[in-house]
Ligand binder design. Structure first.
Ligand code: N01
Length: 557
């Protein structure tokens, strides 16, 4: 059901796609610029990823105090989180609160999917079409679709034969899913599987986990927020958030030796690992500064987690199956859990290693592996997403010369700063490929991108520019820089969704900028201070207007 009457305009300054945290903030900022903006959202309400991922156990893996918008000091102070890591319902409530407080719903059509966006070169406008028959023209198109918004289709043969029910974590039903007395299967042990498995185990009669690749998971140590810490943060909240933006991960570095794991004694190393394990967050990855680049340091962290798993899981054979061995520690996104490994000590939980006994197909009764058929009432697919590029391709974007984004990116995404794509003028992508996105606190990456984009649009408006396009050479150089940076780490050794490796046929390209949010923000600032180096601007009414030097726009010499 719509949250508002549908009153879709024919022409606006900006179309925003998505009403998650990025889309909402974009609306807020664009309005402050005096531009008209209109948004489309496929869901019936705001919240983006937090609307769709409502599976049991879904919660943020960034501490709530940091996973907060920082643009409004009043909002920062008035909103109180109830837990250190907020649950999905609470985050969704927060998104709704923000939408209400800043009246951000009024320029959205909900339950409306964008199905095409074509650049009209003569008019320098995007023509956006939706599945409800709308056609809107806009001068700027802002994608705020999120990198993890397109769940992978369950790709296991035989699903149509299954007589029971199946669901996906990435689009969990809104009405409660009845688990009581049910025989439940979970396929997938990434962050979503690892979060829901302990809760499903509590309610289901029997839970069978089908694991293809064991993952590294550390205890989140969720609970109430330490009141002293919260008071310190609140006393200086705006500055706290500003400082976050100039860190690698967009969060405070609270346990960080700044040393190589190999530069300290084994005793000190284990003590620091222990401290990080006890603290939660991603501290185990960042406590030493070379975990992601030095194979020895990485192996030490992996061995530490292996020992922890062996210590928690009572059956040694099951513990061995749960040990991640096929990729370096942290190079697939590390998971934060609440009682994940201990769940395998329950009598009603079974682990099936589908590397040993692969799934052959889904049957009427359940799941058939090479070893046996398992009967189920419910199958939960926690099998991940066609990340980063998938949601953009789903928009069916065509740029200059009618080139489809899919074709421009057939060998992997090419983007300048993850913000713009050469040949697709006036299109901005929040958290696009080759930007830090999920490698940092998403609230920080979102706010940074939205502010950069809105400042850029303001600059264009002030200077009479009608078109911005990334210079192809600058884009190629950026892609090389991003790839070189990733190659220097161990991340490229894993078959992860970060590498596009989870989707058959997807080019193997590291999808994020791994140099840290701090370096990235400084780089974006520098590019602006150099007169938007690497961008071409066009002045006037049409695309035939003279190219104008960007230096003139910013006063740079
Ligand atoms: O997806 P994933 P996710 N047959 O791709 C398995 C964010 N997130 O939804 O590794 C059998 O990580 C697959 O196995 P393998 C976070 O950024 C955040 O869990 O490909 N198994 C893997 O085990 C995260 O990284 C939060 O061998 C199949 C699993 O399914 C990202 O979303 C919470 C299969 C997929 O893991 C994605 O996480 C949740 C098949 N055909 C998510 N296909 C928080 O903030 C896939 N698998 C806490």
């Amino acid at each position: 059901m719509d949250q508002q009457a549908r009153d879709v305009p024919l022409l606006v300054d900006v179309v925003v796609i998505g009403a998650g945290f990025a889309g909402l903030y974009a609306h807020f900022k664009l309005r402050s610029l005096g531009l008209s903006a209109f948004g489309f959202e496929a869901a019936p309400e705001v919240g983006g990823t937090w609307f769709w991922n409502r599976y049991p156990g879904a919660r943020c893996d960034v501490e709530s105090l940091d996973y907060s918008y920082s643009f409004s000091p009043d909002l920062l102070q008035e909103w109180r989180w109830s837990e250190r890591f907020a649950t999905q319902p609470e985050i969704l409530q927060y998104a709704n609160h923000v939408a209400d407080r800043f009246e951000l719903r009024r320029d959205y059509a909900f339950d409306t999917k964008v199905i095409a966006a074509n650049f009209d070169e003569a008019a320098n406008q995007w023509v956006v079409r939706t599945d409800r028959g709308d056609q809107v023209r806009c001068r700027y198109l802002l994608s705020a679709v999120g990198g993890l918004s397109l769940p992978k289709a369950p790709e296991i043969e035989g699903l149509n034969d299954f007589a029971g029910r199946w669901v996906q974590t990435g689009c969990w039903p809104r009405e409660p899913v009845d688990l009581v007395g049910k025989r439940v299967a979970v396929i997938g042990t990434g962050s979503s599987g690892i979060q829901c498995i302990p809760l499903l185990a509590q309610d289901a009669a029997h839970l069978t986990v089908f694991q293809r690749t064991p993952n590294f998971s550390v205890p989140a140590h969720n609970g109430t927020i330490d009141p002293d810490y919260e008071a310190r943060v609140r006393a200086d909240y705006v500055e706290h958030c500003k400082r976050n933006r100039y860190t690698k991960g967009g969060v405070p570095q609270r346990i960080n030796t700044g040393k190589s794991a190999m530069s300290v004694s084994e005793e000190e190393r284990l003590a620091k690992f222990e401290q990080a394990w006890g603290f939660g967050t991603f501290a185990l990855q960042s406590v030493f500064n070379d975990t992601s680049v030095n194979p020895q340091s990485n192996a030490a962290a992996a061995a530490f987690v292996h020992d922890k798993i062996r210590g928690i899981v009572k059956d040694p054979a099951i513990a061995e199956k749960l040990l991640p061995r096929t990729f370096p520690f942290g190079t697939k996104r590390m998971c934060l859990d609440t009682g994940y490994y201990a769940t395998f000590n329950r009598d009603n939980v079974e682990l099936v290693d589908i590397r040993e006994t692969p799934i052959e197909r889904i049957t009427k009764a359940g799941i058939l592996t090479t070893e046996q058929e398992y009967p189920f009432d419910l199958i939960v697919f926690a099998t991940g997403f066609d990340a980063v590029t998938g949601p953009l391709f789903a928009l069916n974007i065509t740029g200059v010369g009618g080139v489809r984004l899919q074709d421009a990116w057939k060998d992997g995404p090419q983007s300048y700063l993850g913000l713009t794509v050469s040949g697709f003028p006036n299109l901005f992508t929040v958290n696009g490929p080759s930007s830090p996105s999920v490698l940092a606190n998403m609230l920080q990456t979102i706010e940074h991108h939205v502010e950069w984009i809105v400042d850029c649009i303001a600059c264009m408006e002030t200077n009479g520019f009608v078109r911005i396009d990334a210079d192809e050479a600058a884009q190629v150089a950026w892609a090389h820089e991003v790839a070189d940076m990733a190659e220097k780490t161990l991340y490229t050794k894993a078959n992860s969704w970060y590498m596009g490796a989870n989707v058959p046929g997807k080019p193997r390209v590291f999808l994020m900028y791994i140099g840290g949010l701090d370096r990235y923000v400084e780089r974006c600032d520098k590019i602006v201070s150099e007169g938007y180096a690497g961008f071409n601007f066009t002045a006037g009414e049409t695309n035939s207007a003279a190219q104008v030097g960007v230096a003139a726009m910013t006063g740079a010499t």
